[in-house]
Design a protein around this ligand. Structure first.
Ligand code: PEP
Ligand code: MN
Length: 397
């Protein structure tokens, strides 16, 4: 996709073009939106980010685990106290299980209050009535309905994303009432849309920080070492993550660790591994070994979702529980065998009663009942399935 000229100006290191940016429909409106975002109050405070950083330092020391989870793509219409309360409850309940199973502390982080931009492998898809339409790129960009009118990239949606994130955060903060700082749910999302992230970066007392979330991560498709996403993540003080897929090599992983955690701060950088159950045993050991030898400290977290996506005959995406559980098991075994801390789990999950990931043996013939398939993007674990994955992880420790 074409990149906007405004996204790469704030950094000196990035020489590559910004991948996965929308072709915004109206460049002047985009400029207006960026101005507006710069003038708005920060969504999160520097102190809140520092609290999360302290918790993640305990993970880096091997004294706690991360449980990061939520929707693949959050929806604007779910940005209310009720839905958010359910998601926070799910994170607390899974954290409780992981705490009980591991006997260690758990740091709960939602994929929420900003998970509104999606990278896509295809820019176009076939329309139900014939012809092609742009793909859905998250509520901050366009709408999921399969019709041309919903799919143009509308920059004013970035302002709605900010408003929705604010509502979700208000509900998340309400859940902090009466809880120790270490038990609070914090929020995170993929820092994908640079026209959102750069205007929301703020100068704090200790340096520049992303005020869009307590922590952001860089996706597997945008983690190029000379790209603007990595440059953005390296310019902020928040704890940051990077998704690490099968195309990464050991040298690149080492390079990323030095770019994103130059100060070698324990807990500042998390590598979120998403290799797939078929590849993790072959690829992960060397990465972990090389980063330990030549890189800076990273927390290793397992995303057993994104390397295990498959399409059913109907074209609908699903993920077999079998592969998700197998990758989780392999992850813990590999980290343990290398005397490294298996730092936690990163899950796409929902408290809603859905069937999006399936327990059926491969290959799949029938789609899950559509009434229970509701995700706007990737298939999520339902409450019971998420429990099963957490129990498996805890049981391996
Ligand atoms: C995601 O987390 O929804 C995602 C797109 O992941 P990845 O960057 O690992 O493909
Ligand atoms: Mn996803």
């Amino acid at each position: 996709m074409k990149t906007t000229t405004t996204t790469t100006t704030t950094t000196t290191r990035a020489t590559g073009a910004a991948a996965q940016q929308p072709e915004w429909s109206d460049p002047e409106a985009l400029e207006e939106v960026r101005r507006e975002l710069r003038s708005r109050p920060p969504l999160v405070t520097e102190e809140e980010c520092a609290t999360l950083a302290e918790s993640l330092e305990r993970v880096a020391r091997g004294e706690a685990f991360v449980l990061q989870g939520g929707d693949c793509a959050e929806r604007f219409r779910e940005a209310n106290a009720e839905e958010t309360g359910r998601k926070v409850d799910q994170l607390h309940s899974l954290s409780g299980r992981l705490r009980a199973g591991s006997g260690a502390g758990v740091v709960a982080i939602g994929r929420m209050a900003g998970q509104y931009g999606k990278p896509r492998s295809e820019s176009w898809e076939s329309a139900p009535g014939g012809g092609v339409i742009p793909t859905y790129r998250g509520d901050a960009v366009n709408g999921p309905a399969a019709e041309p009118g919903a799919r143009f990239a509308d920059p004013t949606r970035l302002l709605r994303a900010y408003d929705c994130a604010g509502r979700v955060l208000a509900a998340v903060r309400a859940s902090w009432e009466g809880r120790e700082a270490a038990e609070r749910v914090h929020v995170s999302h993929e820092a994908l849309l640079l026209d959102y992230e750069y205007p929301l970066a703020r100068d704090g007392a200790t340096g520049r920080y992303a005020s869009s979330a307590h922590s952001v991560w860089i996706g597997d498709r945008t983690r190029s070492v000379d790209g603007p996403h990595v440059a953005f993540a390296s310019s902020v003080a928040n704890p940051v993550g990077v998704k690490i897929g099968p195309s990464i090599g050991p040298a690149e992983a080492v390079h990323l660790s030095t770019l994103l955690n130059p100060g070698a701060i324990p807990g500042h950088l998390t590598f979120i591994v998403r290799m797939g159950s078929a590849r993790i045993r072959r690829l992960l050991p060397e990465l972990v070994g090389e980063v330990a030898r030549r890189g800076t400290p990273v927390v290793w977290v397992c995303d057993p979702m994104h390397g295990n996506t498959m399409r059913m005959g109907t074209g609908v995406k699903t993920r077999p529980m079998e592969a998700i559980l197998e990758e989780t098991t392999a992850f813990v075994r590999i980290l343990r065998s290398l005397r490294e801390h298996p730092g936690g789990l990163h899950l796409e999950m929902t408290p809603q009663d859905v069937t999006e990931c399936v327990s059926a043996p491969r290959p799949f013939s029938a789609p899950p009942p559509l009434s229970r398939y509701r995700t706007a993007c990737d298939p999520r674990l339902n409450a019971e399935q998420a429990c099963e994955v957490v129990e498996r992880f805890a049981g391996m420790l």
